[in-house]
Design a protein around this ligand. Structure first.
Ligand SMILES: [Mg+2]
Length: 229
């Protein structure tokens, strides 16, 4: 029963604020560094393959992305690779780590409405320091009782989180832009999932179908959660 929901967890990237847009811009810049070696779409493919290979080693976030760009550039440019190229890639990454935090529409108002009625938390992947920075700059950090920066969002990761929060799955709602990471594992555990798509989704997070589940709700904007609850 959705009346049992007591804790609401928010994904951060592309749920509270813009993220994937910045990664795509960075990827474009990276591809243009290698335009004399390979067409952009092939550079992108190579980069994605490298990222997937490295995910178990580096986890999610900008720093792993930078290392994967450097590795990909080395492989593509071969003997044309230079330290100058590496410097340019590092700059792309450092710029990514200093992007302004731009909240998505309705976020502040929604948190304001839910605050005091529910225990609100953030559950996000990514680099620890980078996510802490974004939260600090977001202006909405004070709405949250707890911030969890997770190495992954699998079933077992949510199980650990629920234990830490001393929260039963039936009292837990997760809200996010990735069906694969934010919704399916939570539904499997017996919790609630609210999906709000972002305009672009990283290939790794793409999932074709919305689940048919009584604890699932599809929203267009974050403030629609207020009508659901
Ligand atoms: Mg997200």
């Amino acid at each position: 029963m959705k009346n049992d929901i007591k804790t609401i967890a928010f994904d951060a990237d592309d749920t509270l604020w813009i993220n994937e847009t910045y990664f795509r811009e960075a990827e474009k810049q990276f591809c243009s560094l290698l335009e004399n070696e390979l067409p952009a779409h092939l550079v992108s493919e190579e980069l994605f393959a490298t990222e997937m290979k490295n995910l178990p080693l580096y986890g999610y976030g900008v720093k792993g992305f930078v290392l994967s760009m450097i590795e990909t550039a080395g492989r593509i440019a071969g003997t044309n690779a230079s330290l100058g190229l590496v410097h340019k890639i590092i700059t792309i990454g450092q710029e990514l780590l200093q992007k302004p935090v731009e909240l998505l529409e309705g976020v502040t108002e929604t948190l304001e409405q839910l605050s005091g009625k529910y225990r609100l938390i953030v559950a996000t992947k990514g680099d620890l320091l980078d996510q802490e920075r974004k939260l600090q700059q977001s202006g909405v950090e004070s709405y949250f009782h707890h911030i969890e920066i997770m190495s992954d969002k699998k079933n077992s990761d949510y199980q650990k989180l629920l234990q830490q929060l001393d929260c039963r799955p039936e009292n837990f709602l997760m809200l996010g832009n990735s069906i694969k990471s934010d919704i399916l594992p939570v539904l499997e555990l017996g919790g609630f999932g609210a999906h709000i798509p972002y305009s672009i989704t990283w290939a790794h997070e793409q999932h074709e179908h919305e689940p048919e589940h009584r604890n699932f709700v599809a929203l267009k904007q974050i403030n629609e959660i207020l009508n659901y609850l």
